[in-house]
Structure formats: structure tokens, C-alpha cells
Write a new protein. Structure first.
Length: 389
């Protein structure tokens, strides 16, 4: 009897980590520009998530590096709950007939990192560190978002000078381990009216349809000096280095690297719910197999001084591989032909690995203040992000 009791107690104690959920702790500070909330514990991030409805125009600042390894045992093994995202385990707003509020504040990473953040939410979409930032927006289904002429470059550049934008800056998410539903990203699921600068994401992200290094859907937002280095694990999805779908967005001085693989299931389905079309390609739940892109999935975003150095692995190829955005939407941008598994196209920004290592390839780039070409590197690096490489 005694041995049975001891064995039962051991099983209970072993299960406790899977049931763990850190309780929120209110950080010091008043949430103002002069006295921001000072984030120095994982419990402070839990507090941010649980009080996101009060985040409007509030200021938050990360004051130290955080190791988020403990999130692997949170919420019955589902890990971290994204800030500004409703989940099945957080339904209080839906029960009141309201949408779950997005994050509407300013987050200053202070040049610090959060490492080993864990998310296991395969039944939920748009899960990331932030779920939604800004208004709850989805891409237009009318198709007009593809027309660049309605969004001139001059208007796009003005996005970086707005006073009413939400700000995320100087933050690194290192070695993330995310498994998400149909759509997944590193930094945020949806971004609207945001300015994002000095942010870096590395690690592994798994999703069913679309994965992006920074954000899935983006509207009226400006990115500068940001990068991602992601290993993309997927079954049907495509890959975008920065964002999957954008409407009125601008990316300047950014790059994407990492590894991706076209799933074999695009030609040989191994799961239910898949339908073959007339071309012999497979769809996932009625959705078209999404593009594999070095920078961007679709929409009317602009790119300036950006590159993609993502490496395609495996022998499987997709006819929907588009390493570079449309010619009229890029300025001084490049993609590695060798790494991305595409043919070289002279004068179109598609270059060899050899030329990716040469500083003189990147004409017009600021190598004094923003970029640098270090010996032994396969491509330029951003000075602001160098400490996290």
C-alpha cells in the first residue's frame, strides 16, 4: 500500500509542470512615456497579456534579457499565450459578446532579448509573441490590395513619420519554438498602423499554410532594420521572409535568412481533407498551396535595401516560388539564387552566393551606419542586430 501511495504521488508531481501557469505580476511604472511599465520578469509578460484591454497608448520597456524556457510547461503544455490574442483558454471577452482586444501600446525591447519562447497552439491561427497589434484587420478579398498604383512609394515612406503609430522596437526573440494553426509568424500575427524597428527573430516555426518571419498580415506599417533567421517546418504552407500579406506597408533595411523545405505532401497527401486540382496539385482544406517567397507573400508593400538569403532544402520544388516581390515594388533589393533554388536572372536582383558576399553588390546601401560586411559572413548584417547573431 505504501509503495502504491508513493508511486501515485510521484505521478502527480511529474504531471504538475504540464499544469503550470505563471500568475501575472504588475510591473513597476505608470505606463507613460516618461514612466513606462518596466518588464523584467516573465510574470510581467503574463500581466501584459491579461491586461491587454488597458494597453491603449501605454508604454512598456524590457529592462533585461529573459529566458522563457519555463513557458514549455505553461497552460497544459500549450505554452505562452500571445499578447493581444483570444485563445480557447481565454474566452472572457467572447462570453461578453466582444472581440478580444489587440495590443495598442508601445513596446521598447531596450536592446534585450527573450529566448526560448514556446508556443504549441496548432488549432489557433495568428499565434506569435504578439497576436494582434493595432486594429483587428484582415486583408481585403477584393484583390485591390495587389494594385501598387493606388499606394505610391512616397506615401509608403511617410509611414515612418507618423505620430499615431504603435511602436515595437529593439527587441530580439531568440530560438523561438512555435507550432501554430494555419497561419504563424515570429513577432506578430497581425500588425496595423505600426512602426517596427531593430527587431530580430530566430528559431523554428511550424504552421499548416503560411509562415512569415516577422508578421502574417500587415497594414499601414513601416519596418526598418529588422531581420529573421527561421527554420520553417510546414506541411502545406508557403514561406515569406518578412510578411505573408500586406496592404500599404514598407520594409527598409531588412533581411530574411534561415531554412525552408517544400513539403512532399504537395504531390503526395498524407492527411485527410486534401483535394487534388486539375493540375495535379493538392489543396489544404480548400486553400491553394501558398507561394514560397524570399521576402513577401502578396499585397502592395514596398521594399528598399532588403535581401533574402533563405536556403531551400530537399529536392522538392514548387512552381509558386517567387524569391523577389514585383519589380515595381523593390528598390536595391537582392535574393540569393543558389540558396533559394531558382535560376539566375541578370539585372533582376537575383544574384549568386558569391555576389551576396561582396559589399560592392549592394549599391546605395549605408555601410557606414546601418549595414556591415564582416569577414566570413555569407551576406551583409545589420549593425543594430549584430549582438544577437
Amino acid at each position: 500500500m505504501k509503495n502504491s501511495f508513493v508511486f501515485g504521488l510521484a505521478l502527480i508531481l511529474a504531471a504538475l509542470p504540464l499544469l503550470a501557469k505563471n500568475e501575472p505580476i504588475t510591473p513597476p511604472g505608470e505606463g507613460t512615456k516618461d514612466s513606462p511599465y518596466l518588464i523584467s520578469k516573465m510574470e510581467h509578460l503574463v500581466w501584459m497579456q491579461e491586461t491587454v484591454e488597458n494597453s491603449y497608448r501605454k508604454y512598456y520597456k524590457l529592462t533585461c534579457d529573459l529566458d522563457a524556457s519555463e513557458t514549455k510547461s505553461w497552460n497544459n503544455g500549450k505554452g505562452f499565450i500571445p499578447i493581444g490574442m483570444e485563445t480557447p483558454s481565454n474566452k472572457r471577452f467572447r462570453e461578453k459578446g466582444k472581440n478580444y482586444p489587440p495590443f495598442l501600446g508601445n513596446f521598447d525591447g531596450g536592446g534585450h532579448y527573450i529566448s526560448n519562447l514556446y508556443i504549441r497552439r496548432p488549432e489557433e491561427d495568428y499565434a506569435s509573441f504578439f497576436g494582434k497589434v493595432g486594429a483587428d484587420w484582415m486583408p481585403s478579398s477584393s484583390g485591390d490590395q495587389q494594385i501598387l498604383g493606388k499606394f505610391p512609394r512616397e506615401q509608403a515612406r511617410s509611414l515612418m513619420n507618423r505620430d499615431n503609430a504603435y511602436v515595437i522596437k529593439d527587441l530580439a526573440l531568440l530560438n523561438v519554438d512555435f507550432t501554430i494553426g494555419i497561419y504563424g509568424a515570429g513577432l506578430a500575427g497581425k500588425l496595423t498602423d505600426c512602426q517596427v524597428s531593430g527587431c530580430y527573430v530566430s528559431g523554428t516555426i511550424t504552421a499548416n499554410k503560411a509562415i512569415a518571419g516577422l508578421a502574417i498580415t500587415v497594414m499601414r506599417s513601416y519596418f526598418s532594420e529588422c531581420a529573421s533567421n527561421i527554420t520553417y517546418e510546414n506541411r502545406f504552407c508557403g514561406v515569406a521572409g518578412f510578411a505573408a500579406s500586406s496592404r500599404e506597408a514598407y520594409f527598409c533595411d531588412c533581411y530574411s535568412s534561415g531554412k525552408y523545405k517544400v513539403p512532399e505532401s504537395t504531390i503526395d497527401p498524407k492527411h485527410i481533407g486534401e483535394v487534388k486540382d486539375k493540375k495535379g496539385l493538392w489543396h489544404f482544406k480548400g486553400n491553394w498551396i501558398w507561394t514560397y517567397s524570399g521576402m513577401h507573400g502578396g499585397g502592395n508593400a514596398f521594399f528598399e535595401n532588403c535581401y533574402s538569403n533563405m536556403k531551400q532544402q530537399g529536392s522538392q520544388r514548387s512552381q509558386y516560388t517567387t524569391p523577389m516581390p514585383k519589380k515595381e515594388s523593390v528598390l536595391n533589393c537582392y535574393c540569393s539564387a543558389d540558396n533559394f533554388g531558382v535560376s539566375k536572372e541578370p539585372n533582376d536582383g537575383i544574384i549568386s552566393n558569391e555576389n551576396m558576399r561582396k559589399k560592392e553588390t549592394f549599391k546605395g546601401w549605408d555601410f557606414e551606419n546601418i549595414w556591415e560586411m564582416k569577414s566570413g559572413r555569407k551576406a551583409p548584417s545589420l549593425r543594430k542586430l549584430e549582438k544577437w547573431m
